[in-house]
Design a protein around this ligand. Structure first.
Ligand SMILES: CC(=O)SCCNC(=O)CCNC(=O)[C@H](O)C(C)(C)COP(=O)(O)OP(=O)(O)OC[C@H]1O[C@@H](n2cnc3c(N)ncnc32)[C@H](O)[C@@H]1OP(=O)(O)O
Ligand SMILES: O=C([O-])CC(=O)C(=O)O
Ligand SMILES: [Mg+2]
Length: 264
């Protein structure tokens, strides 16, 4: 996995909140997780658990806090102030804890741009569609019910220059459905997806990895562009297809993604 997310929110029963927090406090400091990026989804700060979660995980050295049910900029500002206070109190560099906002309501979607730009600590926003469809008075379907929200979250992330992640796929035995959804969001431009089960990790990596053919074509594009630059040409043709700036940028992106692996 690119990162490991510990959940203190909706995966934890009310009577387990305190023991889950203690487990996560210890897990964050365990050598087993030293090399991996560690995210914790805390409870919202307007619940009785949110602040205690934050106190524990910032002290334990979490890399990224995921704030669920982020509705507006004030939610982020409140979180930021508490994080800065705890960092200073426990001797962590102030500003070192990064944030990620989960958008789970119509209000959050409408405020997505402001949320994405609300803090220099903000590194990503995510669409949390299970709560979002409840707020919209609908349910999960073929993805058409999420089209507007996905586009809004994605545009907000791009405007802010941060990453955008799609919602979890909950039926861990339905690989075909998972892969259909991954293809939809990959094409839209999402940087990835939250996962609920280890069996989904390799499927997601594979779906995001470029194919051998895409890599070969990207190399041809780069070579042709280099040659054109040597000859002082702007737009050129490769096998009858126009090659110009954006095509070259895309080819560079394919090659950088290929560094993480090529689709088998
Ligand atoms: C809408 C939301 O808020 S989603 C976010 C909150 N929810 C979650 O994070 C859910 C996390 N995932 C899970 O609880 C489970 O994967 C379920 C309930 C979805 C599926 O459960 P199962 O069908 O029992 O999973 P499965 O049979 O694949 O488990 C196989 C192994 O993977 C482990 N595993 C399953 N999910 C995870 C996970 N998310 N992280 C790490 N390990 C996991 C299991 O413990 C099991 O390990 P074992 O073989 O050592 O016993
Ligand atoms: O954050 C997620 O992907 C899962 C979640 O809480 C939601 O969909 O409501
Ligand atoms: Mg949710």
């Amino acid at each position: 996995a690119d990162a490991v997310m510990f959940d203190l929110e909706d995966a934890v029963a009310l009577r387990e909140k305190d023991s889950a927090r203690l487990l996560v406090f210890h897990a964050l400091q365990h050598p087993f997780y030293r090399e991996v990026e560690k995210v914790v989804r805390i409870n919202p700060l307007d619940t009785p658990f949110g602040l205690a979660d934050l106190e524990a995980v910032v002290r334990a050295g979490v890399d990224i806090i995921r704030l669920p049910k982020t509705n507006n900029v004030e939610d982020v500002q409140q979180l930021e102030a508490e994080v800065a206070r705890i960092e200073a109190a426990c001797g962590r560099e102030v500003g070192s804890t990064r944030l990620m906002a989960a958008i789970e309501s119509a209000q959050g979607v409408v405020n997505a741009v402001a949320i994405a730009r609300s803090s220099p600590r903000m590194v990503a926003i995510a669409l949390a569609a299970f709560d979002y469809v409840m707020d919209m008075q609908t349910s999960r379907g073929d993805g058409s019910e999420l089209f507007y929200a996905r586009c809004a979250v994605l545009h907000a992330a791009r405007v802010a220059g941060i990453a955008a992640y799609d919602v979890v796929w909950s039926d861990v035995n339905d690989d075909a459905g998972f892969l259909r959804e991954v293809e939809q969001v990959r094409r839209l431009g999402f940087d990835g997806k939250s996962l609920v089960n280890p069996r989904q990790i390799e499927l997601l990596h594979q779906a995001y990895a470029p194919t051998q053919q895409e890599v070969a074509y990207a190399r041809e594009v780069i070579a042709a562009a280099d040659e054109a630059a040597r000859q002082g040409l702007g737009v050129i043709s490769l096998n009858g297809k126009m090659i110009d700036g954006p095509i070259v940028l895309h080819a560079q992106r394919v090659l950088s993604r290929a560094a993480g692996g090529i689709r088998e």
